[in-house]
Design a protein around this ligand. Structure first.
Ligand code: AMP
Ligand code: MG
Length: 425
């Protein structure tokens, strides 16, 4: 396990007081080690979990050659390029049944989608292409080629091959795929437990009555949503007063019970509060000023604990900054902690519909609404006021717009990068 100092020494030009946003991921990937423990879970409980080892297919899927259409199965070698083919229908095979009879060269079998291909037959003509007269079916010239409309044994999954790779997050498609192998359970990594709390004397919890100078805690709810979606185990430690004793108790409990701890507030440079002092006292922490907007200050590191240190992400207090720093930095780090191999959101270019003010020398994250333009390209506009306290800008967004470090003001038609955070298929 590397210390903050060791990681810092590995990175070229690392400056905690002026850190580039695009350097954060490199730092965090050196800090975060995946949880090691694994556990078997039943198939439905595996949704969103991370596969612990390659899943080797115990069977072929499909287990036999079968028809992809309702039609007639026959030997494709009988097809002539320019002539219709007339065949005698000798029977029917339904899905779930097998055909045991012999089929001669001038014969065929009516076959349903998914039914096993009779021995010796390799081609299916869809019923709608044919003419039936009594027991004879005519296949017009040119409607099918040899091998058409036949699904091959093992076409989807082959015995002994990896059906899914270790580190995959299991989505709905993966559940179906695992079920198609006849498996009712699967081994996944333990879910990390993530503790989170808000800090600050001005923070009211829901249910408390409003008072002058105080605001309701929103960060704990955005974090609850973000963490729930990620599929970690949650430990909500509430809103903690800016008091060394209360803060120490919260950090100590979090370090004892969780794999990672996320706080909001109290990490800005000018803070007169105790959050940073307690973090420093209990952990190995870097205090960053990131060249970004929103969300400049951030603390990262580890809180010491006898048996197992906990990762710490001390996020800024502003509600939008919390979400942006979570999505841009903490989410990939937590996915890595979960053991996932794919940790980054989808990043795609889009053209801007409007002027976007931007200072070079920092990365700016705007909240965007991406859509498809009539000519089929991806386009984006920002969601009204981009103030870092305006959570409404985030609530209306379907993506983050990344204005890169070197980038200057954006004119309509210019290309910007989007981060898309959609779920798993
Ligand atoms: P700080 O980083 O502590 O200086 O906080 C920056 C701003 O975010 C201040 O206006 C805080 O009042 C506000 N803030 C801090 N924590 C929260 C929270 N949990 N919910 C809503 N706003 C917060
Ligand atoms: Mg504060």
């Amino acid at each position: 396990m590397k210390t903050i100092e060791q990681i810092a020494s590995e990175l070229q030009g690392y400056d905690p007081g002026a850190l580039r946003a695009d350097a954060v991921d490199d730092f965090l990937s050196r800090l975060v080690e995946p949880v090691r423990e694994t556990e078997p879970v039943s198939l439905c409980a595996a949704l969103g979990r991370v596969l612990a080892a390659d899943l080797i297919s115990p069977i072929n899927v499909p287990p036999h050659d079968n028809s992809a259409m309702d039609g007639y199965a026959f030997a494709g070698a009988s097809l002539q390029p320019d002539a219709d083919l007339a065949l005698r229908v000798v029977g029917t095979v339904h899905a779930g049944a097998t055909w045991t009879g012999w089929v001669a060269e001038d014969e065929c079998v009516r076959i349903m989608t998914g039914a096993v291909m009779p021995a010796g037959l390799d081609t299916v003509v869809p019923v709608e292409f044919t003419r039936l007269s009594g027991e004879e079916v005519t296949i017009p010239a040119g409607v099918v080629r040899l091998g058409d409309n036949r699904r091959l044994l093992g076409e989807d999954l082959m015995t002994g091959r990896a059906a899914l790779r270790a580190g995959s997050r299991l989505g709905p498609a993966a559940l179906g795929l695992i079920a198609s192998l006849g498996l009712g359970s699967v081994t996944v990594r333990r879910r990390p437990k993530v503790a989170f709390f808000s800090t600050g004397d001005e923070i009211l919890s829901l249910g408390e009555s409003a008072r002058a100078g105080a605001i309701y805690d929103s960060n704990r709810y955005t974090l609850f949503g973000l963490l729930s979606r990620l599929g970690v185990e949650l430990l909500d430690l509430g809103a903690v007063r800016d008091d060394p004793v209360a803060l120490r108790a919260a950090f100590e409990r979090a370090a004892r019970e969780a794999d990672a701890v996320i706080t909001s507030g109290g990490v800005s440079v000018g803070e007169a509060d105790h959050t940073k002092a307690v973090m420093r006292e209990l952990g190995d922490i870097a205090f960053w000023r990131i060249a970004m907007r929103p969300g400049r200050p951030m603390a990262v590191g580890r809180l010491r604990h006898e048996t197992r240190d906990a990762l710490l992400f001390g996020l800024p207090g502003n509600p939008v900054a919390v979400m942006v720093t979570f999505l841009a930095f903490v989410r990939p780090a937590l996915l890595r902690l979960m053991g996932a191999t794919e940790t980054q959101p989808l990043r795609v270019p889009a053209f801007s519909l409007e002027t976007m003010r931007k200072k070079p020398g920092r990365t700016e994250f705007q909240r965007g609404i991406a859509s498809r333009s009539p000519d089929g390209n991806l386009r984006v506009r920002s969601t009204g006021s981009q103030g870092s306290g305006v959570l409404r800008s985030m609530a209306e967004a379907n993506c983050l717009i990344v204005l890169r470090h070197e980038q200057d003001e954006v004119a309509p038609g210019d290309t910007v990068d989007l981060l898309l955070f959609d779920g798993l298929i």
